[in-house]
Design a protein around this ligand. Sequence first.
Ligand SMILES: [Cu+2]
Length: 150
Amino acid sequence: MFNIKPLRALAASCLVLASATVAAADHVVAMLNSGKDGPMVFEPSFVRVAVGDTVIFKPVQPGGHNAMSLLVPDGAQSFNGAIDQETRVKIEREGVYLYACQPHKPMGMVGVIQAGKPVNLAAARAAATKEQAGFALGKDRFDKALAQVK
Ligand SMILES: [Cu+2]
């Protein structure tokens, strides 16, 4: 008789491996001098992730860019990446994160991360409105990114 027990065990371990891979994904955000939305952009400027995932900011077009958090959910670590260096941010808390390129924030080089439920959306909207008021360009970029939160 053909013994199927080892096959069952193999199938079970494959499932465990597959779910472990799904549990922590990487999301790449390019830091660009010029992108689909114009000059000085994060692309994509909105990412939806799961808690435990990592967002990787890549200096695809080095131009004095970094990624610095402006608002993070309660209990989450703020971040401030070095200029033109790849910056990895592990997302440990649920909610909405606002970030900017420090040198190009006045040009609207900003982005939004949503992890799980947007528990702090009202605070994020208020902070974004306040920040945007000081931008010379890209005054609607936070609005466009936040419009994708759901
Ligand atoms: Cu920049």
